[in-house]
Design a protein around this ligand. Structure first.
Ligand code: AMP
Ligand code: TRP
Length: 332
């Protein structure tokens, strides 16, 4: 049986990349699979978070799931810290994963920057907690953006080593689900950097709550080259900014990049950018409005998270019982 798990960090500035790379796919999977979607607040604190902002950002992630169409009566929506299994299993996985494996993680290198000695131990162990998130439910498939591929390979390695060490197929080997035309949305200011929540420039990203004026302003300022759009997708390869905007258009319109170029080859950005603005406003407007409405009703959002935590706890419980028995912990 397939079970889906994924998570988003409550670190604010939820953007187009989060939506197109991940959240939209969460919605598309829910009718066919049992889905568990988490706001990973324990991952967020691997770098400093203001406590009040963290609380609000956790509700914001839940609001984004709901506003995008995740149905709480069907899928599970909850906050990571409210289910004990994540921390418990992460510790066990810290004792399975090898330091050498974690040393290869590119996200740690990027996030820790030059001053690696001063990064938190949690930031280093981050992928082990991520493996625990998924495997506490024996989830089999994980929808994410392309940047999470390496972490999911580590999850597979941990599951495999655990199963080997104890001579028992306790955990499934998870499959990443990376699909759509925008699995890696790039910054609007620099086509070589991915769009991210932590980029200091607001102009680098379109957030889910940006209104029409902000979207128009940001896209107008988005970096491009001087040429019109080409006829063939291959001709976008050497033009990262153009490729990014065409990819965003394709994903939002739910068509292929080739189809976008059928309509817009030869068009200047002065024509393409307003068309993209219209499309983005049409798709994001209602989501942003609903998110704002939900953020004004924290009691409702909390009730969804609370019920989600109860359902998630019930699913994790038998898995943790099996894991503890396998490892050799006493159970009373
Ligand atoms: P994060 O913002 O790191 O919590 O990411 C949450 C989800 O969004 C993960 O599945 C990421 O892979 C995905 N994601 C983040 N940034 C991008 C991006 N620029 N393009 C596509 N997907 C992204
Ligand atoms: N590391 C993911 C990110 O930054 C978030 C995450 C945490 C996650 N636990 C997860 C994603 C489990 C999928 C499954 O985007």
């Amino acid at each position: 049986m397939s079970r889906i798990f994924s998570g988003v960090q409550p670190t604010g500035n939820l953007h187009l990349g989060n939506y197109l790379g991940a959240i939209r796919n969460f919605v598309r999977l829910q009718d066919d699979y049992e889905c568990i979607y988490c706001a990973v607040d324990m991952h967020a604190i691997t770098v400093w978070q203001d406590p009040e902002e963290l609380r609000s950002n956790t509700r914001e992630v839940a609001a984004a799931y709901l506003a995008s169409g995740v149905k709480p009566e069907q899928s599970i929506i909850f906050a990571q810290s409210s289910v004990h299994a994540h921390a418990e299993l992460a510790w066990i996985f810290n004792c399975v994963a090898r330091i050498g494996w974690l040393n290869r993680m590119t996200q740690f290198k990027e996030k820790a920057g030059k001053n690696r000695e001063n990064a938190s131990l949690g930031l280093y162990a981050y992928p082990s907690l991520m493996a625990a998130d998924i495997l506490a439910y024996k989830a089999t498939h994980v929808p994410v953006g392309e940047d999470q591929k390496q972490h999911l390979e580590l999850t597979r390695d941990i599951a495999q080593k655990f199963n080997n060490d104890f001579g028992k197929e306790v955990f499934p080997i998870v499959e990443p689900l990376i699909f759509g035309e925008a699995t890696r949305v790039m910054s609007l200011r620099d086509g070589s950097k991915k769009m991210s929540k932590s980029d200091p420039s607001d102009y680098s990203r379109i957030t889910l709550t940006d209104g029409r004026d902000e979207v128009a302003k940001k896209l107008k300022k988005a970096r491009t080259d001087a040429d019109p759009l080409p006829e063939k997708v291959e001709d976008l390869e050497s033009r990262p900014e153009a490729a990014n905007l065409v990819g965003i258009y394709a994903a939002l319109a739910d068509i292929s990049k080739a189809d976008v170029l059928k309509d817009y080859s030869g068009a200047q950005f002065s024509v393409f950018k307003p068309a993209l603005t219209e499309l983005a406003v049409e798709k994001f407007g209602p989501i942003g409005d609903e998110m704002k409405r939900l953020m004004d009703d924290p009691a409702y959002v909390d009730s969804v998270l609370k019920q989600g935590a109860e359902r998630a706890t019930a699913l994790a419980e038998p898995v943790m019982k099996e894991v503890k028995e396998t490892v050799g912990f006493l159970s009373f």
